[in-house]
Design a protein around this ligand. Structure first.
Ligand code: AHR
Length: 505
């Protein structure tokens, strides 16, 4: 069956800039993300640059990834950075108590991470340790990374082979303090964040954006306490700038039965729709955090960061459950499409987002299998959408779309966003029907336009995925488009994601 939908885009109503950092990534010392994912070591037979996998770097460079968060996650609050510097064979081993209870070699540390950022052409988002660390430890890590001259930490860095300071624009003050980051109350953490932030200095030319660790999903009270403490301390003139500049939150998608409860590749239509409803509910959550922040910070001086998002399914059978290795289907790609539409709509307040995680963990871009590398459907959404980075959001509305019911509410089956930069526009469409195709007619207003390229990501079934045997089952393919007067007409296959690139008159 073919359903129909109507939408409108005002090509001349240009809104907020969509920060490229919304397309950020996350690499934790968890399972096979770092070891066996990014890092194989210099002696590996797998081609590498100073121990970092070449094929992984090449695949990620094609995404223009703007920032990479490291070393956690929960791991961040057990990580002591001095364990990961100096000659590798002399670094102490530690237990990774959060993830699989395995022994961590510390072979991938600060220098290796900054080298990875250089190879990827991306910016560093380092997450410091509040839960089991100290203010001094965090302060010295900032100094080690970013200070020139001959201060004690700059000297130590030089002794370890790096002369120039690095540029580190983003710094996280702990992670999930309501849970693995210390089981703290919001009031206690708000004070701690302010204290830690005070000693994370801007050395030389480096300017840190300090990010306080925020809420789980729709815990708006956590955000309220953080933003209130921040704004009040600023108003009391305790600081000449806000002690931290951003507040984060985390949102993982599943069917509603909880994280880590259902299979990544085997699911019913009902579970598919429940997943889509959970992903669309992200908009309510964002709206709530934004409303709380608006009420204390109407001038938009503190930004919102979603530094963990994505699907969380059961670990694949036969793998260590603590490694969170999951396959990635069309369903995951559509979850990504829905999230990006929401990020674009709230670009005024949201300055950054980080998918969890980049390689071999949760909703990954890349899965590695020995020497083989698989690009997931989610990878392709990031690639198809990369033109939104630093573009201006366009007024884009779905007026009329088929809907179904899921998780007790109405689930509209078409999601859309659009942006413009440099005389071009990019439209993203996510179609959620499990069975039907949908003719989408988009009224393009305000400027003339012609289609430069249109691509669609889909497959026979929403359960389809790529693997080492067949790595190209899911890949973007050309999408037919027609311009009918001022209307752009496309037919979206069932459960598909598409991007349409326009040149504007
Ligand atoms: O991404 C996996 C884990 O999920 C992170 O370590 C933690 O912050 C979150 O609970």
């Amino acid at each position: 069956m073919t359903s129909s939908a109507r939408a409108v885009i005002d090509l001349d109503v240009v809104g907020d800039r969509i920060s490229r950092h919304i397309y950020g990534h996350f690499a934790e010392h968890l399972g096979r993300c770092i070891y066996d994912g990014f890092w194989v070591g210099e002696d590996s037979t797998i081609p590498n640059t100073r121990g970092i996998r070449t094929d992984v770097v090449e695949a990620l460079r094609a995404l223009d990834i703007p920032n990479l968060r490291w070393p956690g996650g929960c791991f961040a609050d057990t990580y002591h950075w001095r364990d990961g510097i100096g000659p590798r064979e002399q670094r102490p081993k530690i237990a990774n108590t959060n993830w699989g209870d395995v022994v961590e070699s510390n072979h991938f540390g600060t220098h290796e991470f900054m080298d990875l950022c250089d190879l990827l052409g991306t910016e560093a988002y380092v997450n410091g340790n509040v839960g089991s660390g100290t203010v001094q430890e965090m302060s010295e890590w900032v100094e080690y990374l970013t200070r020139d001259d001959d201060s004690p930490m700059a000297r130590l860095r030089r002794e370890n082979g790096r002369d120039e300071p690095w540029r580190v624009p983003f710094w996280g003050i702990g992670n999930e303090p309501w849970g693995c980051g210390g089981n703290l109350s919001p009031e206690f953490y708000a004070e701690e964040a302010r204290r830690y932030a005070t000693y994370c200095h801007d050395h030389g030319e480096n300017r840190l954006t300090l990010i306080a660790a925020g809420a789980n999903e729709d815990d708006f009270e956590w955000t309220r306490v953080l933003v209130k403490t921040l704004v009040e301390s600023h108003a009391a003139n305790l600081y000449d700038k806000h002690p931290y500049q951003a507040i984060s939150f985390h949102y993982y998608t599943h069917t509603g039965s909880g994280i880590n409860r259902e299979d990544a590749t085997t699911f019913s239509d009902e579970q598919f729709y429940d997943t889509m409803a959970y992903a669309r509910d992200f908009e309510r959550v964002v709206r709530g955090h934004v409303a709380v922040m608006d009420s204390y910070d109407p001038e938009n001086r503190v930004s919102l960061v979603c530094d963990e998002w994505g699907t969380w399914w059961n670990a694949e059978k036969g793998t260590n459950p603590g490694f969170l290795f999951q396959q990635n289907t069309i369903r995951d790609a559509l979850v990504a499409g829905i999230h990006f539409d929401i990020f674009h709509r709230y670009a005024r307040r949201i300055s950054m987002a980080n998918i969890a995680q980049t390689v071999n963990v949760l909703q990954a871009m890349i899965l590695t299998d020995g020497e083989k590398l698989v690009l997931t459907p989610t990878y392709h959404v990031f690639e198809m959408n990369k033109g939104h980075q630093d573009a201006r959001a366009l007024a884009a509305h779905v007026l009329d779309a088929p809907a179904t019911t899921a998780r007790g509410g109405e689930l509209p089956l078409v999601s859309m966003s659009a942006s413009t930069k440099e005389g071009a526009a990019l439209i993203s469409l996510t179609h959620l029907s499990a069975d039907d195709e949908c003719e989408v007619r988009i009224d393009l207003r305000g400027r003339g336009a012609r289609v430069v390229r249109a691509r669609v990501l889909g497959a026979e079934s929403a359960t389809t995925y790529n693997d080492a045997d067949v790595p190209d089952r899911v890949e973007p393919r050309p999408l037919a488009t027609a311009l009918d007067g001022g209307e752009l007409v496309v037919t979206m296959p069932p459960h598909s994601f598409a991007t349409i690139e326009l040149a504007l008159d």
